[in-house]
Write a protein that binds this ligand. Sequence first.
Ligand code: SF4
Length: 367
Amino acid sequence: MIDPWSSAIVDYEKLIEQFGIKPFSDLLDDVENPPNLMKRGIIFGHRDYGRIVKAMREKTEFAVVTGMMPSGKMHIGHKMIVDQLIWYQKQGADIYIPIADMESYSARNIEFNESRELAITEYLTNYIALGLDFNKKNINVYLQSENKLVQNLAYMLGRKVNLNEMKAIYGFTGSTNISHLYVPLIQVADILHPQLEEFGGPKPTVVPVGPDQDPHIRLTRDIAERFKNRFKFIAPSSTYHRFITGLTGDKMSSSKPKTAIFLSDSPEIAAKKVKSAKTGGRESLEDQRHHGGIPEECVVYEMLLYHLVNSDKELKEMYHNCKEGNVMCGECKNHASEMMMKFFEQLSKRRQVAEHEARKILSNNVR
Ligand code: SF4
C-alpha cells in the first residue's frame, strides 16, 4: 500500500513491477524535444502517456493538472513540478493548478485563510519566479474551497465509491476524520473537471506526480471509467518522477529543514547548504583518486543532474571526472555551490517582484 500522506518511497523498480507503472524509457523516443527531467530518467514511469504524446504531436487539445498543497515552504525538489509545467506550457497544454487548501485543512490542520496566504507568498510566488507564465490564456489556478464546480463534481463522483474501497486504497481507519476521507474525491474532481463540457469536453489529461501520489491516480482512473457513459471521461495519464534526496541523504522534506534547500533561502545560505550535503566521496583522497567517487550516491551530483547543469555534455564530463577520480569532492562541491549561488541570486531577484503578481492571480482566477 502507498500512503500519499506519509510514505517515503525509494524502490522505483518495485513500483513499476507492483503497481503496473510503465517505464518512461519505453516512449521517450516518441517525445519531441523532451526536457532534461525526461531525458535523464528523473521522470521514470508513466501510465498511458502515449495519449499525451499523440496530442502533442498532432497539436490537439490536452490538459495538465498538478496541485499544490500549501503546508510549508517550497524546497528545491518542488521545482521539478514547475519545470514540467513550464515545458507543458510551451507544448500548448491547458494548465490547471488546484490549490489543495481542503486537503491542508483535513490532513494538516491548516485553516483556509492560512493556506491562501501560503499559496500566494510561497507557492505562486515561486512558480512565477521560476518562470511559469500566468499571463497566458490557458492557465487556471483556484482554491479547492472556493471552486463549487469541483466540489459538486466530487460529490457526484462519490456515489460510485464506497468506504471499503477508500480503506483499501488509503489505509483509512475508523479514526480517520470525515473531511480527510472526502479529500481524495476532491482531488479526483480536480483531475477530471477539465474534461467537463464547461472546459471543452473530454480530452487527454496528464498528472505529473511523485510515486507517493499514485493512489490518487489509480482511484481517479477507476472513477473515470465508472462515469464514462455519463461524462465520456478519458482516463487520465500520469508521469512519475523520482524524489530529490535531502542534504543528509534522506528524502528532502519541508518539515525537516536540515534536509532541504528552500526556494526562499538567500543565495549565500543555499550555496552553504550545498557544501554541507552528503557526497558519494571515498574515505580518503587517496582512495578517491584510486577508485573514483560514487555519483549515484551523491546528493551534490543529484543537484547537478536535476537542476544545475543544463548541458548533457557538461554533465557527462562531470560524471566521468568523478568516476575516474579526476576531481575531489571539495572542488566539486565548490563548483556546485557557485552554480547554486547564481541560480538563487536570479531567483530571489524574481521573487521580489513575483509576490505582487501572485496576489493578483488568485483574486482574478477564483471561480
Ligand atoms: Fe559527488 Fe562531486 Fe564527490 Fe563525485 S566528486 S562524489 S559528484 S561531490
